[in-house]
Ligand binder design. Structure first.
Ligand code: HEM
Length: 84
């Protein structure tokens, strides 16, 4: 299973990655509505959101990714990035 929680600090970045890069063989074919739906499904599979949550432009940015503050600043390796 895709482990989204270690890799993505924001749900919006995940959405953006899927929008620009997926499906790998023909990126750009999904509508925004479909992109919100697959993003929501992946977040649900990773137990980041529950089954009933409606993911759209407004709610996507409010999702807190579990590893949000676990990323290391490559320019100052001793400091963790603080997003809040
Ligand atoms: C709508 C369908 C698709 C969705 C929603 C999707 C979503 C994703 C996501 C979220 C990732 C990042 C995984 C991570 O967190 O590490 C990813 C990576 C990847 N996907 Fe897809 N994917 C789709 C279709 C495809 C297809 C059809 C292919 C192959 C033909 C593909 C090949 C890959 C590859 C090779 C990676 C790794 C890319 C990299 O690390 O740079 N995906 N995909």
């Amino acid at each position: 299973m895709v482990k989204l929680y270690t890799y993505w600090p924001y749900a919006t970045t995940l959405f953006d990655f899927i929008r620009r890069a997926m499906p790998l063989n023909s990126p750009g074919i999904l509508s925004n509505n479909e992109l919100y739906a697959v993003t929501a499904y992946l977040l649900y599979l990773n137990q980041i959101i529950n089954k009933d949550m409606i993911v759209n432009a407004n709610s996507l940015a409010k999702i807190i990714m579990p590893n949000r503050n676990g990323f290391i600043n490559m320019y100052k390796p001793k400091e963790k990035l603080q997003y809040d």
